[in-house]
Design a binder for this molecule. Structure first.
Ligand SMILES: Cc1ncc(COP(=O)(O)O)c(C=O)c1O
Length: 354
């Protein structure tokens, strides 16, 4: 099995260059959350730390109830569906094609790299595709990602309906990665879940979700998958045998986190404010925004090679990610993450616009 080279190694020399800036590096490359895990979630983890027995693969009854309540309210799922906690969502993305014995895996042509990795692990044929299903090859598993990493593009209701129509016509599974659902940019309509559009008929449809960004829980490894009960049963069965269990204290923390939307709204406001500071600075430096309608990233171009833009920013002590990390179609773009403190984002904006 030949996995792709780990792309971040290629960025290291630009990180070294940015570190030489007299006021230090501002790293806007990897989208790792920096704001604190809300105190009430930390406290629940501590309260649950006496945990001598094995946890349940399917999740404790209180976590299952919390996921269901959250999924109905926030994803808008209805009808017959099931839920399952995961050890963060990256592992599910990487293993889903194997769990489902997929032979052909479609994923966006500009995308989070783990969709490709998952297809390779499963020995399936990876098929990068555009947004519209009209151009898709036949596949037994298709990933969509709304809002998208890296572009921040949001699928409209009619685009989601077209994806569901493709699924019905081809009896094909659709996995919708919705990790960034909670972070609309200001003034842009709320991103919607595939399961909302499914309108109660969840056959062949699942939504993959993560608490990493929603609740600043990336270190806990906490994700969920929701949707077609038959697919969830298949996934659950393998996970049970393979010992893919979410630790019990993390399950408790997830249950309280999913029961609260106040901290999510606060976090969304933080990212929206950072976007407002960074976007005009990048525009002043000649970058044009594309999509960037939601999520944690600004996707922009100066119509030059991505590495040239990365080098220009590194000279100013700011590290961004070249778009080619996400597919050839991204090779004239850069991705700028909003996962840095307000002070660092303000500093970065100053350096970029000067
Ligand atoms: C689109 C997308 N899906 C899934 C993940 C995985 O997140 P986690 O494993 O923290 O849940 C990420 C992380 O950056 C992502 O960008």
């Amino acid at each position: 099995m030949k996995l792709p080279d780990f792309p971040w190694d290629a960025l290291a020399p630009y990180g070294d260059k940015a570190k030489k800036h007299p006021d230090g590096i501002i790293d806007l490359s990897v989208g790792t959350p920096v704001d604190a895990t809300p105190a009430f979630i930390q406290e629940e983890l501590v309260r649950a730390s006496n945990s001598p027995g094995y946890p349940l693969t399917i999740g404790s009854p209180d976590l299952r109830a919390a996921i269901r309540t959250w999924a109905e309210k926030i994803l808008g799922v209805s009808g017959d569906y099931d839920v399952l906690p995961t050890i963060g969502s990256k592992e599910l993305v990487a293993w889903l094609p194997t769990f489902l014995e997929a032979k052909n895996v479609n994923f966006p042509d500009v995308a989070y790299p783990t969709y490709l990795v998952g297809a390779i692990i499963a020995g399936a044929k990876p098929q990068p595709v555009g947004i519209s299903p009209e151009s898709w090859s036949k596949s037994d598993l298709t990933w969509i990602n709304t809002p998208s990493n890296p572009t921040g593009r949001v699928h409209s209701r009619s685009e989601l309906q077209a994806v569901i129509n493709y699924s019905r016509e081809n009896n094909a599974v659709i996995a919708s990665d919705e990790c960034y659902l909670n972070f609309p940019a200001d003034g842009v309509s709320e991103p919607i879940s595939l399961l909302n559009v499914a309108n109660g008929d969840n056959r062949n449809l699942i939504s993959v979700y993560s608490l990493s960004k929603r609740s600043n829980l990336a270190g806990y490894r906490a994700g969920v998958v929701v949707g077609d009960p038959q697919l969830i049963e298949k996934i659950r069965e393998i996970r049970k045998h393979a010992g893919m269990l979410v630790p019990a204290p993390v399950q408790r923390a997830m249950a309280v986190a999913l029961g609260d939307e106040v901290h999510v709204t606060e976090q969304a406001a933080r990212y929206a404010a950072r976007r407002k500071v960074l976007k005009p600075a990048l525009e002043k430096a000649g970058f044009t925004m594309e999509f960037s309608d939601a999520g944690l990233y600004i996707w922009c171009t100066r119509n030059e090679r991505d590495w040239d833009s990365v080098a220009w920013l590194a000279e100013r002590g700011v590290l961004a990610t070249p778009g080619s990390f996400y597919g050839e179609a991204g090779s004239k773009y850069i991705r700028v993450a909003l996962t840095s403190t307000d002070a660092h984002i303000a500093q970065a904006a100053k350096r970029i616009s000067e």
